[in-house]
Design a protein around this ligand. Structure first.
Ligand code: C5P
Length: 224
């Protein structure tokens, strides 16, 4: 198959990363978790006591930081200025910080540039909120995944518990709602479905079925 760009967007818990990793594994593509880059910027702001509201300083951090993703889709490690921060970027404070810094237009510009550079060689699956609309508007395959808030909260809750965090479904639901609101209401590339993205509601669909559907679309696009 040609070296396609496969863009997967959608809110937290919609199944993007599970589906994205599986597609990348099946096609032997690079998997890029764009949220991890925003999380690394949020982590750095917290660790350097930079106010999340100070757009100029946070944008400077985003521009000056080295953020790299290494390893195969199932063992992805995130490095911030050479330090492995894979665990620290998943902590609740980093989840919140990433969502706040992602509203700053200059931060988004810096991250978009890094993401395009990471995907330079092609043959990539990238997931996020603006991949099909902004990062790769010409991606050959675009998916927009969504699911009900209940299903998304349940998925996130399971993931958080696997990481050892003692959370309730209500707590996760509130966090998701706040992050969804920030993603959808920000002026800089809010979370919207690209007009040419295929919409898939994953609430009642096994994620394997979504992967098969995506691969089918990729096969079709590869022949055109
Ligand atoms: O996908 P994940 O939840 O790890 O992303 C962390 C945060 O980064 C999200 O809450 C969202 O606000 C932001 N993000 C974004 N654009 C992307 C990817 C993530 O705004 N392409």
């Amino acid at each position: 198959m040609d070296k396609l760009v496969i863009a997967i967007d959608g809110p937290s818990g919609s199944g993007k990363s599970t589906v994205g990793k599986a597609i990348a594994r099946r096609l032997g593509y690079l998997y890029i978790d764009s949220g991890a880059v925003y999380r690394a910027v949020g982590r750095k702001a917290l660790d350097t006591n930079t106010s999340l509201e100070d757009a100029t300083s946070v944008a400077r951090l985003a521009n000056l930081s080295s953020i790299t993703l290494e390893g195969d889709p199932d063992h992805l490690r995130v490095f911030l200025d050479g330090r492995d921060v894979s665990g620290q970027i998943r902590l609740p404070d980093a989840s919140h910080a990433s969502s706040v810094v992602a509203t700053i237009p200059e931060v988004r510009e810096a991250v978009v540039e890094k993401l395009r550079e990471m995907a330079r060689a092609g043959g990539v699956v990238m997931d996020g909120r603006d991949i099909g609309t902004k990062v790769f508007p010409d991606a050959q395959v675009k998916l927009f995944l969504d699911a009900s808030l209940d299903v998304r909260a349940r998925r996130r809750c399971e993931e958080e518990r696997e990481r050892g965090r003692d959370v309730t479904a209500d707590q996760i639901r509130e966090e998701l709602e706040a992050r969804d609101r920030r993603d959808c209401e920000r002026t800089a590339t809010p979370l919207v479905k690209a007009p040419d993205a295929v919409f898939i509601d994953t609430s009642d669909l096994p994620l394997d079925a979504v992967v098969e559907r995506a691969l089918e679309i990729a096969r079709t696009r590869s022949q055109t």
